[in-house]
Ligand binder design. Sequence first.
Ligand code: ZN
Length: 138
Amino acid sequence: MKSYHKELWFEVPTRRAFINITPQVERCLAESGIKEGLLLCNAMHITASVFINDDESGLHHDYEVWLEKLAPHEPVAQYRHNTYEDNADAHMKRQVMGREVVVAVTNGKLHFGTWERIFYGEFDGRRKKRVLVKIIGE
Ligand code: ZN
């Protein structure tokens, strides 16, 4: 069995953003040389997510509105976590949007459904953060 891993770095200039990282993940898969196996991709920070969904800007706007209703950033004093930080909402948004995805690798490609793409969800940006890609197989 072969094993491969790589850490991808992101520095989002805004507090929140959704970034399609499918091209970077596909480059990792090509580098790995693995044709059949499993790919894990996870955020290495507790205020960022990795998830799979549609690359459609209206949906991303809808996520932003929905997440702000669930866990509004302001007023920051509403959260006990916000003592020396102001990112309690980011922890909650991360929990809802998820930590990681696992994708089957078939014939050297990510075995997606038609509209599936991999996204990095940033909820407390303006600093460098990492995403782990781990691939095992043959
Ligand atoms: Zn925090």
